[in-house]
Design a protein around this ligand. Structure first.
Ligand code: KIV
Length: 271
């Protein structure tokens, strides 16, 4: 009897089926080979190569500066490590807004060069033409509504979005537009929990929340935040599952002491 365990790759269809049977979807970001390998082996359903790489990998204040080439670099590294999870790559700022032909060629570059499974982009009605064109090439698209970090300069703050009825109504309308266009899912960021639940109940496609409450179909967090590598970012929605910053600094501190005191390398650690 074969002991080989078959890995069933997560597809967009698997995610729809999960929503149908009420099974919550787990999603985390990754940006490099080594972390993506661990996250995939741990069994997460979806890995997002988020443009949050601009913050946590490149040290920028916003997600705006990251380029298409840089997202492709991160995407390529992640895809090489992943066997099971669905891999989605964020389309960076300036590569899909306002020009649907450019949007399509950006998405094609991502799919060709990274071998990812899908792309994600921010916005509703204002990016619908781009969404339509990308979908027409057979590329799966995930939407992103609510707090949209690429529009930070329009709003000026990262506070909770859609607290007022007008903005909440527009958000639900946008979610339906994206669903009707053919998006396979939507990320909802930092909105009231009650609205998150309403959106998830208004559409058939999976809604993945980050600060959108427990009534949505799945959750996503930035891996550096949930592992406690980043220390300065502490929104209410963030649960830290570890305090890796302390562990990393502790290990590095011990290494420095060992080097200085000639405790490293010892006899067994040299040739
Ligand atoms: O870029 C990112 O990491 C994201 C998540 C916050 C959903 O878009």
């Amino acid at each position: 009897m074969s002991v080989h365990k078959e890995i069933r790759k997560v597809t967009t269809h698997v995610l729809s089926a999960m929503k149908l049977r009420g099974e919550k979807i787990s999603m985390l970001t990754s940006y490099d080979y080594s972390m993506a390998k661990l996250v995939d082996e741990a069994g997460v359903d979806v890995i997002l190569v988020g443009d949050s790489a601009s913050n946590v990998m490149a040290g920028n204040e916003t997600t705006l500066p990251i380029t298409l080439d840089q997202m492709i670099y991160h995407g390529t590294s992640v895809v090489k490590a992943v066997n099971r999870a669905l891999v989605i790559v964020d389309m960076p700022f300036g590569t899909y807004q306002g020009n649907s032909k450019e949007a399509l060629s950006s998405a094609i570059r991502i799919m060709k060069e990274t071998a990812a499974d899908a792309v994600k982009l921010e916005g509703g009605s204002e990016v619908l033409e781009s969404v339509d064109r990308i979908l027409s090439a057979g590329i799966p698209v995930m939407g992103h509504l609510g707090l949209m970090p690429q529009s930070i300069h329009k709003y000026g703050t990262y506070t909770v979005r859609a607290k007022q009825e007008e903005e909440a109504d527009k958000l639900i309308e946008d979610a339906k537009l994206l669903e009707n266009a053919g998006c396979f899912g939507i990320v909802l960021e930092k909105i009231p929990a009650e609205l998150g639940k309403r959106v998830a109940e208004s559409v058939k496609i999976p809604i993945i929340g980050i600060g959108a409450g427990s009534g949505v179909d799945g959750q996503v967090l930035v891996i550096h935040d949930m592992l406690g590598i980043t220390q300065e970012f502490s929104p209410r929605f963030l649960r830290r599952y570890h305090n890796l910053a302390v562990e990393i600094k502790g290990a590095v501190g011990t290494y420095i002491e060992d080097v200085k005191s000639l405790n490293f390398p010892n006899e067994r650690e040299q040739y």
